[in-house]
Design a protein. Structure first.
Length: 118
């Protein structure tokens, strides 16, 4: 497999993770609306659309990147959740959240290093 092609799908995979993490933002916004109001329904329609697009991206990525590599990379969604919580809801980022994100990132870097040796 060409390295350039793999890089494209790796970037596509992480773009999908950014999108996937965003569905929780829209879901949280919907949770603040009156149940079954038009705004609630519209926001949940956006949630389903995001998940639909993510599912298509995920399937395309798995055609090129092995599941054993792709699945652990999904843990990066934790980092995006922290970032989105801060940006959209003003949530505080605490030291234990940063420590957890660093553990996730370290694991991903180790995994990518192992992938190069295969």
């Amino acid at each position: 497999m060409q390295k350039k092609n793999t890089l494209f799908y790796f970037i596509l995979m992480h773009a999908g993770f950014i999108l996937f993490a965003f569905y929780s933002v829209v879901g949280k916004l919907a949770a603040h609306e009156k149940f079954l109001s038009s705004k609630f329904i519209c926001l949940y329609a956006v949630v389903f659309f995001i998940l639909f697009v993510y599912a298509i991206l995920w399937q395309q990525v798995l055609k090129v990147i092995p599941l054993s590599i792709a699945a652990p990379n999904k843990s990066i969604v934790i980092l995006w959740g922290i970032i989105y919580g801060r940006l959209f809801f003003g949530e505080q980022i605490k030291w234990n959240m940063i420590a957890g994100a660093l553990v996730v990132l370290t694991g991903l870097l180790v995994l990518q290093g192992d992938m190069k040796h295969e």
